[in-house]
Design a protein around this ligand. Structure first.
Ligand SMILES: NC(=O)c1ccc[n+]([C@@H]2O[C@H](COP(=O)([O-])OP(=O)(O)OC[C@H]3O[C@@H](n4cnc5c(N)ncnc54)[C@H](OP(=O)(O)O)[C@@H]3O)[C@@H](O)[C@H]2O)c1
Length: 333
């Protein structure tokens, strides 16, 4: 291929992503500079945080300037190298963006070890696995016998959090947006209970019934009504792990928890975290995740959308609950 298809951030969402947000353009394939490699992106990870990167305000990363290539986490193959540590043919993951090709500093890339599925490198053995592992264990600090509640539990992160909590002897309850997802959690992943929040008229009551000993750790991916319901059932010294708040990412005004005073009564703790801070400790997580995966104790599923050209529309799946598992775009067929 001699041309490079790239998605540019054309218009900031206000607040929803529309057809005008990203624009596909053809450019020449870039030349790697000294210290860079040219990567043929093969897989693109679609993440809820892509939406926050589109905003004009900085998050934990600077905003993407309008007209620039949309930032995205990718796996791919080195096709030309001007960096000593990575040879042509090496499989790597990094910030390749919504593009066929990217010229990237060799230092910014992670080599995918031989035999590792690149899809796993973008999920359970990549940023998603580290998020679940450190968010639950470092921030949530579950103890054996604790009740752990997870929102967006059938998603990429939530499904791993629940399984890791089970491996630590916890009672695990998840919330998800369909009966099929709830059945997957209880029948395949070993969750003790699952709540279909879309069918539940009274979430506070549903959480209370599913967590009769109250909630020791709430791993929150969603925010909004589920956060309030969880706070209402917080156990003494309960921990709320703020991993994300996808229900608020498209909101013009973020709705805060109205039940936050439950933290006073429970002497509780609510703490956010960003997985980037844990990258220096990645090997610690992988030392646990790899054997769990090899022994079949951690299961995950991939939701694959074919073709880079479909990446922009596929992003919507995350906000509609249309993804069943880690959402990925297969760029190279
Ligand atoms: N802190 C960090 O460093 C870090 C790192 C990675 C990810 N995250 C966060 O982790 C969360 C999950 O990310 P992921 O990549 O694993 O995505 P995911 O869970 O695979 O997909 C997102 C899911 O969120 C649910 N959802 C969407 N809108 C919702 C709403 N309004 N109310 C309730 N549920 C809703 C949908 O599932 P249902 O069908 O169940 O509705 C959807 O499938 C996000 O909040 C993300 O920002 C944080």
């Amino acid at each position: 291929m001699t041309t490079n298809r790239v998605f540019l951030l054309e218009k900031r969402p206000d607040p929803d992503i529309t057809d005008e947000t990203l624009r596909l353009e053809e450019r020449p394939v870039p030349e790697p500079a000294d210290g860079e490699v040219l990567v043929r992106n093969t897989w693109l990870s679609l993440d809820p945080t892509n939406r926050s990167w589109m905003n004009a305000q900085a998050t934990y990363l600077p905003p993407i300037p309008l007209g620039h290539v949309m930032r995205g986490i990718t796996a791919g193959r080195v096709v030309a190298s001007r960096f000593e540590g990575l040879e042509e043919g090496a499989l790597v993951s990094g910030m390749g963006g919504f593009a066929d090709y990217a010229a990237l500093p060799g230092k910014s890339l992670t080599r995918i070890p031989d035999g590792v599925d690149p899809r796993a490198a973008l999920s359970v053995l990549g940023h998603i696995g580290l998020t679940a592992y450190f968010g639950l264990l470092d921030v949530g600090r579950p103890k054996e016998g604790d009740t752990v509640l997870v929102s967006a539990a059938a998603g990429a992160t939530g499904s791993l959090v629940g399984q890791i909590a089970k491996l630590h002897g916890c009672r695990v309850v998840g919330t998800a947006g369909s009966d099929e997802k709830c059945a997957w959690l209880t029948d395949e992943l070993g969750f003790d209970a699952a709540i279909n929040y879309r069918k539940t008229p009274d979430l506070t009551r549903a959480v209370r019934e599913a967590c009769p000993k109250r909630v020791d750790v709430f791993f929150d991916n969603v925010g909004g009504a589920i956060l309030d319901a969880a706070l209402a059932s917080l156990a003494m010294r309960g921990r709320v792990v703020v991993c994300g708040g996808i229900s608020q990412y498209n909101a013009k005004k973020v709705a805060g928890p109205s039940n936050y005073l439950a933290l006073v009564v429970a002497r509780g703790r609510m703490e956010g975290f960003v997985v980037l801070d844990y990258l220096p400790r990645a090997n610690e997580a992988l030392a646990a995740l790899v054997p769990w995966l090899q022994r079949g104790e951690l299961k995950s599923r991939y939701h694959v959308v074919e073709g880079l050209e479909n990446a922009a529309s596929a992003l919507q799946l995350l906000f509609e609950g249309g993804n069943q598992g880690k959402l990925l775009v297969a760029i190279e067929s």
